[in-house]
Ligand binder design. Structure first.
Ligand SMILES: Cc1cc2nc3c(=O)[nH]c(=O)nc-3n(C[C@H](O)[C@H](O)[C@H](O)COP(=O)(O)O)c2cc1C
Length: 184
């Protein structure tokens, strides 16, 4: 059902970034073409080599390519995609997206995207529950973005609560459902 679909997978600096590799693998297995865009902080959590090997495309992170005078076009990328999926989405990135703070390639691409945008937050329970995060999520909902709610369970911090990024299989099911509904 996702065959031939073109996706931007946005990855941010969350401990859940390791799950993005599996999500990418599943999307490619489903026949989708996936371009990864990762924040500078995201690269501290998962290596671009892994993501580029799984997607078959160079990973985009910076605006400029060192010393060559070339740059990555967020506008072209935003127009290319059938959907943008930001998984995991940190509290910092949610805040930037909600407020148009386009200081990295991921948020700039988000602002240029004309396609549906799916957001899978991942953070500690108190960060997720904070009114700032909830306000940002409500703002993003009001823009028509689709929030894939985090699960309640054990968190990397050792605490227990709502904030775990939804499992990759469930995110794929969510996308399949969305595109099947769209077809009918
Ligand atoms: C070990 C570690 C784990 C982190 N995990 C998360 C997380 O799951 N969610 C989150 O919102 N921030 C998390 N942070 C904080 C973000 O990495 C930080 O806010 C960063 O600036 C996010 O940048 P980005 O959104 O541009 O990727 C973590 C930081 C560290 C050091």
């Amino acid at each position: 059902m996702l065959t031939g679909k073109k996706f931007i997978l946005g990855i941010t600096g969350s401990i859940a970034a390791y799950k993005a590799a599996y999500l990418l693998r599943l999307l490619v297995k489903e026949g989708a073409e996936v371009q990864v865009v990762i924040t500078p902080a995201g690269k501290e959590f998962i290596t671009p080599v892994t993501l580029s090997a799984l997607s078959g495309k160079p990973v985009i992170s910076e605006f400029f390519t060192a010393n060559s005078g070339s740059w990555n076009s967020h506008v072209d990328l935003g127009l290319w995609a059938d959907a943008m999926i930001i998984a995991p989405a940190t509290a910092a990135t949610l805040g930037k997206m909600a407020n148009g703070i386009a200081d990295n390639m991921l948020v700039t691409t988000y602002l240029s995207a004309k396609c549906p945008v799916f957001i899978a937050p991942a953070m500690d329970l108190d960060m997720f529950a904070h009114p700032s995060t909830q306000n940002n999520l409500n703002t993003l909902r009001s823009f028509g973005n689709l929030i894939i709610e985090p699960e309640t369970g054990a968190l990397a911090s050792g605490l227990h609560g709502k904030g775990r990024m939804e499992e990759p299989e469930k995110i794929v099911e969510y996308l399949q459902h969305f595109f099947s509904e769209k077809k009918n």
